[in-house]
Design a protein. Structure first.
Length: 164
């Protein structure tokens, strides 16, 4: 699928509201797998304890229209790999120059060397009520997290991120 523009706007939705919107360079879109690149979009530094996201960091973000996750490769401004931050989401939707992704609270962090694989925000996911409101979506989200964790602990995430 050819892109209509070299720039898109990524809109992250959480609990029905826009959490953040930011411009990103469109790197690849084959109709299923969509890749964008953008600098760290939030103000200031975000220190998670296991990684710091800060101004100058560059995110290469992989979205799929048929998968329940997004994988974001995180690098320093100088190009050093920090790791991969994986969001469990509904499949991405691109409408014109906007990419919409609905965050379902579950996340996975994989360090650059692959030694650290952390499941994140399972408490937020449980508290979100998604399992009661939409059991099928909740099941898909948990399966997606399990799938990513298995990949990260096995062959690693880079093979998943190839385009072409």
């Amino acid at each position: 699928m050819s892109a209509t523009s070299s720039e898109v706007v990524v809109r992250l939705v959480k609990a029905g509201a826009t959490k953040i919107r930011y411009p990103a360079a469109l790197v690849h879109d084959d109709g299923t797998h969509l890749v964008v690149r953008a600098p760290w979009a939030a103000p200031g530094v975000r220190d998670f304890g296991f990684v710091r996201f800060e101004p100058g960091d560059v995110f290469t973000e992989h979205y799929w229209r048929d998968r329940w996750y997004a994988v974001k490769e995180v690098r320093t401004g100088a190009g050093g790999l920090k790791g991969w931050y994986c969001d469990i989401t509904r499949p991405a939707v691109r409408t014109g120059d906007e990419v919409e992704v609905e965050d379902l609270d579950l996340d996975l962090w994989v360090s650059a060397d692959g030694a650290e694989v952390l499941r994140l925000d399972e408490d937020e996911f449980a508290a979100s009520g998604l399992a009661e409101r939409d059991p099928q979506a909740a099941g898909a989200a948990v399966r997606a997290l399990d799938e990513l964790e298995l990949l990260a602990r096995g062959a690693g995430l880079p093979g998943l991120l190839t385009t072409g």
